[in-house]
Structure formats: C-alpha cells, structure tokens
Design a binder for this molecule. Sequence first.
Ligand code: ADP
Ligand code: GN1
Ligand code: MG
Length: 370
Amino acid sequence: MAQQAEHTLSQALAAFDFGGPAQGALRFGEGHINDTFLVDAGKGRFILQRLSTAAFKEPDKLTRNVVNITDYLAREIARQGGDPSRETLRVVRTRRGEDSFTDSDGGVWRVFPFVEGTVCYQAAETPALFAASGRAFGRFQRLLRDFPAHTLFETIPRFHDTEDRLRKFKEAVAADPLGRAKDCQADIGFVLAREGDCSAALQAQRDGMLPLRVTHNDTKLNNVLMDERTGEAVCVIDLDTVMPGLSINDFGDSIRFGANHSAEDEPDLSKVNFDLDLYAVYTAAFLGAAGDALTEAEIRYLPWGAKLMTLECGMRFLTDHLEGDGYFHISRPGQNLDRARTQFKLVSDMEAQWEQMNAIAARYIPAKPG
Ligand code: ADP
Ligand code: GN1
Ligand code: MG
C-alpha cells in the first residue's frame, strides 16, 4: 500500500468508535470495488471500507441509503423474530457521531461490525450453499417489499440499464484507447450479435409488465455471509448498490455467478459451463423465500434476468478491459478479458438451454383457479 494511502488508513482508524483501541488493519476479502480491511479492536472485530470513488460518485447519499435500508431491515428482522445483530449490517458511527468519515485525500470510509461465525464463499461449492444464497436474496425481496423505493438514491445511475451498458460498450470499442480491440474481435462480435436482447427486460418494464422494486443489484454468492457451522445464510452484505431495480436482475446476477463450477476469471473456457441443475436449485430457493412478493410476469422473466445479467456483466468487463481496467480491480493483465469471456460462454450455454430454463421457472407460476 502506498505511503499516502497508509496515512489515510490511520486517519480512518482514529476516526471511528470501535469501543476499544484498533490494533491494526489487514486487507480483507476479494471484492472488486471497495478497499476492505479487517480491524481488530480487542473486544470486537470490524470491517472498515474505503468506498470506490471510481464506482460511487456521491458517497454521502450512498451512506444515507445504507443507513435507511439497514435500519429498516433491523426493524423487520426483529419483528419477525430474527437477530438483527447478525442478520443485517449495522453502520458503526465515528467518534463525532457521523455515519462515515472523509480523510484528508477526500476518501470516504465506513465501518460495520464483523459478523462473527460466518464464512464468505467465493464459489457455490455445493448446491446447498447456492440454495442458501437464494433464500437470502429471496428473503431480502420479501423483507423490503414495503420499503418506499422512491426514497432511495440511485448510487450508480443506470447500473443495470443494459441498453446504456451496450451504448457505453460501443463507445469503448470505437475509442479503443489502448489498441486492445484487435485482440478481442470475436468477443466484440458476440455482443453486437445480441444487441436486440439488451432491450428485453427494459421493454417489459416500459410496457408495465415488470414493477420497480428495492433490489440489491449485486447478488453474488460472496455478498452473503454463511453460518460457519450450519452453512445457512446469515447476512446479505455489500449494500452499496441497493436501489430501485428489477427483481429478475437480482435473480439473474446470482445465476450468472453461481450456476457454474468455475471462477469468474477462469482462462480455460472448457471449464466454464452453465449448470441447469444449479439454476433449478436456486430458482426453488429464491422463489420459496420471496413468497408471494413476486408477480407471475416476474417469474416468467427470470430466465431473461439470468441471460441479461450475464451478457451485461460480460460487456462491462470487456468495456473496462478496452478502457484500461480502471473500474474492476485486476491482479494480472488480461483478467477483465478473461472475465468477459467466461460470461459470454455462459450466455451461449444459456441460449442452448433456453427452453429448459423457461420450463423450470414456469413450475412456480401459480395455477389459475377453475
Ligand atoms: P466489495 O464491494 O468490494 O465486494 P464487500 O462489501 O462485498 O465489498 O466486502 C468485501 C468482503 O469483505 C466480502 O466479500 C466479505 O468477505 C467481507 N465482509 C464485508 N462485510 C463484512 C462483515 N460485516 N462481516 C464479515 N465479513 C465482511
Ligand atoms: C462488482 O463489488 P463486487 O465485487 O461485489 C460489481 C458488480 C459485478 C461484480 C462482478 C458496484 O461486485 O456489479 O457484477 O463486481 N459491483 C459494482 O464480479 O460495480
Ligand atoms: Mg462484494
């Protein structure tokens, strides 16, 4: 870590009320966006994060969202007999009573208690684990169904606007600032051949078929903490992108990440295969926990959520690769291109199993009376 960055880390450590002296901070986790540290403060452990300014332009409003959402979740969880101290994040305040701290370089920091006794998995190691994440995100939908979505700030405007992502992708291809496009012609062609698909969900929303909901928008399995003993989901984390959105996208992003047996950046595409059984397992778990929070049209569109989140994420990785990797953290050259390619392989697999994907979702459409 650069010296200047270390200096701001010490400022942040001094600013928060950890209930005891912070005994240093270690880099933690495998997130792509924020800088995350584990802080040991004797009596308790904490997660300290510096928000990515590349991703989040208005950190104060984002923090307000997170406070509002977590306060609401804590109340709902308590009302339903759960344990809010484990089942939702809670914002830890600074010594001055503020929800976040801004360092001398303008970096914005915030703190959550570390949820003890949990594990954060990077892959759906077993179907049971994947199902647990499905229950977590289905429950998230149900818990927030009456939250006033219009009071939430859009932390990343047009985050899952796949039409806009396509526009930005095309701009990156046209500008090609690093001359990388020549080495990914097939990948660029893959996206351009699916231009029309990019409107499928948005058109259904414009047509009034898909309602706007409070959504998480980043529903990877590694954004759920699992109980280390039982493997059951405990707490949904990474709430920076909670904003109004489509439920099918929350479903779809989980499928994109978890319904396969390879890493998101696997360079060997022969290892990357969409797993229809895992898709079925997740569908059952997600819809079971969401209860009647979703409409028939939303259930019908779940396969589109899966395909579009995967295609969109591939476009985003490829855009970032073309633009010089300024958004998604990389640990080796070409990593964002590898990430894009795994997504496109999964899209192809989904297209080959499209009928089955639709049939599985259709199982959960309630039969009409009579
Ligand atoms: P990013 O947006 O960079 O993915 P996350 O908020 O997901 O950041 O945090 C990164 C990692 O830190 C998570 O994958 C998880 O391992 C860990 N983590 C975050 N919050 C907590 C918490 N409250 N308790 C335990 N681990 C956490
Ligand atoms: C980012 O922050 P993290 O690693 O959970 C990204 C998601 C992508 C994901 C791909 C704010 O998620 O949208 O789907 O990487 N988050 C943001 O792994 O852009
Ligand atoms: Mg994360």
